[in-house]
Design a binder for this molecule. Structure first.
Ligand code: FES
Length: 389
């Protein structure tokens, strides 16, 4: 139907006839809005009973197909081996069960939704209605009363009359938040180790400096140089009985594929003086060794020593200490939330919630052949919010 005609009466509109403007002669039935007095183009299903029945069958078919897909979902869940794999172009090899369950559930939902839309578009009432917007302003009397209340308060308090009081009150209120800001300073109480350093300095520097010796971390015990079982995931290459605590490390102490937890040589003394582990929380590192040609990139040129790389031990997500190292892939895995860092590729994040790569410490050897740092870290260690702050 292509003719434009005034609305016809629509029973669902409660008898408000098309052609009445909804504002006057024919009030709308309770729960219905008045029909707008504008030209209306009826749909085929409004004028042709056959078209209406066809639309009804389409909608019902979609709902029936939706039921069928729900049944297929249950069948797929029971019948398909969860380990079976199918090849799908573009996606590659994917789990057959996942594909079947996803497809059937998706189709079931899609068909219910499409059927509902079709029902609304073709069979539900098709009318333009009018709904008046409510008056947004307050009644005049309420506005006048509020204004009078304000004037009475101003008059009775003398706010306008006592200029001195008004000005000093404003001054007092402006200064009031200052103590709250000043008290923030208590968050950082300088002691003999932190005096003269700003909080920013303290957060962005560690004990590492050029020439600082790297020593094995005395917080773990064991036998040195062991490979993990199966050679897949390496925990720390544990210090030998004769090299347990705080021992300087030579390059030959670390085999290819191994990992040693280490700290700066002056850390034990600093910890004893400070009586806390704050310095360790920033300076702890791991040393890993790989064949030099396996190193794809580093954070600075020549920051390794003969394939030995030093990285912070503190996860850049929320700061867990990490020492789970997979020798074959050179991935370092954080046990807390599974962030994974590729130590052969600048410590970049390859998986997990960490937003920032693992900071690398440049290393070399001193004249006695022990591993030393060549500088402090060049970027903040620990959780990423240091960087954003
Ligand atoms: S602390 Fe390492 S992934 Fe969350």
């Amino acid at each position: 139907m292509t003719d434009i005609s005034p609305h016809q009466d629509t029973p669902s509109q409660g008898g408000a006839p098309h052609g009445s403007n909804g504002h006057g002669n024919a009030p709308a039935r309770l729960g219905y809005s008045p029909v707008a007095d504008i030209p209306h183009k009826p749909r085929a299903t409004d004028t042709d009973p056959k078209a209406a029945r066809r639309a009804e069958r389409q909608v019902a078919t979609m709902f029936l197909l939706s039921m069928l897909f729900v049944v297929l979902f249950v069948v797929a869940y029971i019948a398909i081996d969860p380990t079976a794999v199918v090849y799908i172009p573009v996606l590659g090899a994917v789990g057959a069960s996942n594909v079947a369950l996803g497809f059937t559930m998706g189709m079931a939902i899609l068909l219910v939704g499409t059927g509902a839309i079709q029902w609304a578009k073709k069979l539900m009432p098709d009318v333009e209605v009018v709904q008046d917007r409510h008056d947004m302003s307050s009644p005049k009397r309420a506005s006048a009363e509020a204004e009078a209340n304000y004037e009475r308060g101003k008059e009775e308090s003398g706010f306008a009359r006592f200029r001195l009081i008004r000005r000093t009150l404003i001054g007092a209120l402006v200064l009031f938040p200052i103590p709250l800001v000043v008290m923030l300073r208590d968050l950082w109480t300088p002691d003999e180790f932190t005096k003269g350093k700003s909080p920013a300095d303290l957060l962005s520097t560690t004990l590492w400096a050029q020439g600082t010796r790297i020593i094995s971390d005395g917080t773990y015990q064991g036998s040195h140089g062991g490979e993990d079982s199966g050679g897949e995931v390496a925990g720390e290459v544990e210090a030998s009985e004769d090299s347990v605590a705080f021992r300087p490390i030579r390059p030959e102490d670390l085999p290819v594929g191994g990992l040693i937890a280490a700290i700066p040589a002056d850390l034990p003394e600093v910890e004893e003086l400070e009586g806390n582990f704050n310095a360790r929380g920033k300076a702890a590192i791991i040393l890993v060794r790989m064949e030099p040609d396996e190193i794809r990139s580093q954070q600075g040129e020549g920051w390794d020593y003969q394939g030995i790389l030093a990285y912070s031990k503190i996860c850049t997500h929320v700061g867990c200490p990490i020492a789970l190292y997979e020798q074959r892939t050179h991935h370092l895995l954080c046990p807390c939330h599974q962030s994974t860092f590729d130590l052969a590729d600048s410590g970049n994040v390859v998986f997990g919630p960490a937003a920032r790569r693992m900071p690398q410490l440049p290393i070399g050897v001193d004249e006695e052949g022990f591993l030393v740092a060549m500088s402090d870290f060049q970027e903040p260690i620990g959780p990423s919010f240091w960087e954003r702050g």
